[in-house]
Design a protein around this ligand. Structure first.
Ligand code: ZN
Length: 98
């Protein structure tokens, strides 16, 4: 029986609950050392031409669908190149009423 060792004084996030019931993954690092992003195979790499195309397509589609969005910045980790988030710049005029 292993000693009960709760992760006290640590933020509990989605990754925590995702891996909580998967003790097998315990040896695998859960977060990237560079950006602290969750280690997952399912991510986009801005340095990968195919992934970059997906990112571009996503942004292009979003800009087409949402006229209030002026631009979208794909923020990525400078170390590993993984896409962290999209930052939308809203068009002020679109929100102006009258
Ligand atoms: Zn990184």
């Amino acid at each position: 029986m292993t000693k009960f060792n709760p992760p006290t004084n640590k933020p509990l996030d989605r990754a925590y609950f995702k891996y909580k019931d998967n003790p097998k993954d315990e040896s695998v690092p859960k977060y990237m050392p560079c950006c602290g992003e969750e280690v997952d195979n399912d991510y986009l790499d801005v340095n990968d031409p195919e992934d970059w195309e997906l990112i571009e397509n996503y942004i292009e589609d979003h800009l087409f669908d949402y006229s209030s969005t002026e631009s979208i910045t794909p923020r990525s980790c400078e170390e590993c190149g993984r896409l962290i988030e999209y930052i939308s710049e809203l068009n002020e005029k679109a929100w102006r009423i009258g």
